[in-house]
Design a protein around this ligand. Structure first.
Ligand code: DX5
Ligand code: ZN
Length: 228
C-alpha cells in the first residue's frame, strides 16, 4: 500500500537498541524529538539466532505513534512470516517487511500484506545479489537493503552497501521507498542518503547515545545538509 512516508526522508529509530525497561518512554522521547517512522525488529530464533519480540510490543507503542501521525514499520526476521501477518496488522503495524531468503513465495506474501491494508517491504541480506529483488520490486512498496547481517544491533556497516543501494534504486517505481538497515550512524548515513536510501534505520547510533533525542536530531541534520 502506497503511503506518503515512503517517499519522504526519515531517520527511523530501531527500538531493538532501546532500553527495554523504558521503551515506551524512549519512544515518546523520540516522538518529541521529531521521529515519525519507527522500526521494529522481530526475530524468531530460527531465521536468525536471536529472539526479540512480537506483536504485543507493536501494540504497546502503536497508539502513541499513530496519535502523533507516525508509522510503525515492522521488519520480520522470521521463518514463515505469512503466519504472523494478521496479528501484526491487528496490533497496529502499518508496514511489514519480509526477507526474500525466508519467502519462497514472496509474491504471495507481499499480496497478503497488502490484503491486510499494510505497506509491503522486501528485504535483502548482504550476500544476496540485488537482482534477486527485481521481480519483487514490481509488487513491493519498499525495498530494504541490509547493511549488516540480520540478527544483531551494533555491527559494522558493510562497505558494499552504497553500491547495492544504487543497484536497487534503479528498480524503484514511483512512490516506493528505499531503506537501509544496520550500522547506520554519523559516519555512514550521508553515504547511504547519497546512494539513494530515503529510509535510514538507526539503532545504536540513537539509543546507545547519552541523549537519544539529540542523537536522532544530529542524524536528521546530517542527511539534511547539502552534499559537499
Ligand atoms: C539488525 C536489525 C537492525 C538493527 C540495527 O538485524 O534489523 O534494525 O536494529 O542496529 P544498528 O543501527 O545498531 O546497526
Ligand atoms: Zn531492522
Amino acid at each position: 500500500m502506497a503511503a506518503p512516508w515512503l517517499e519522504e526522508t526519515h531517520v527511523q529509530p530501531s527500538i531493538l537498541a532501546c532500553d527495554f525497561g523504558a521503551f515506551r518512554s524512549q519512544t515518546v522521547d523520540l516522538l518529541d524529538a521529531g521521529a515519525r517512522a519507527f522500526h521494529v525488529d522481530v526475530m524468531d530464533g530460527h531465521f536468525v539466532p536471536v529472539i526479540t519480540f512480537g506483536p504485543q510490543v507493536v501494540g504497546a507503542i502503536a497508539d502513541e505513534i499513530h496519535a502523533r501521525g507516525g508509522t510503525v514499520d515492522v521488519h520480520l526476521m522470521v521463518e514463515r512470516p505469512e503466519i504472523h501477518l494478521a496479528e501484526f496488522a491487528r496490533a497496529g503495524a502499518d508496514s511489514c517487511s519480509v526477507h526474500i531468503e525466508a519467502c519462497p513465495h514472496l509474491h504471495h506474501v507481499l499480496g497478503s500484506i497488502h490484503d491486510l491494508g499494510m505497506t509491503a517491504g522486501a528485504v535483502l541480506n548482504p550476500a544476496t545479489p540485488t537482482v534477486a529483488l527485481r521481480e519483487a520490486a514490481r509488487y513491493a512498496d519498499l525495498l530494504l537493503c541490509m547493511s549488516v547481517n540480520p540478527g544483531w544491533g551494533g555491527q559494522a556497516f558493510i562497505e558494499a552497501t552504497p553500491e547495492r543501494l544504487r543497484e536497487l534504486g534503479v528498480m524503484l517505481r514511483p512512490g516506493m521507498g528505499l531503506q537501509v538497515d544496520g550500522g547506520v550512524g554519523p559516519a555512514t548515513i550521508t553515504r547511504c542518503r547519497e546512494a539513494g536510501a530515503n529510509l535510514l534505520v538507526a539503532g545504536s547510533a540513537i539509543f546507545a547515545q547519552p541523549d537519544p533525542g539529540e542523537a536522532y536530531r544530529r542524524l536528521v541534520d546530517a542527511v539534511a545538509a547539502p552534499a559537499t
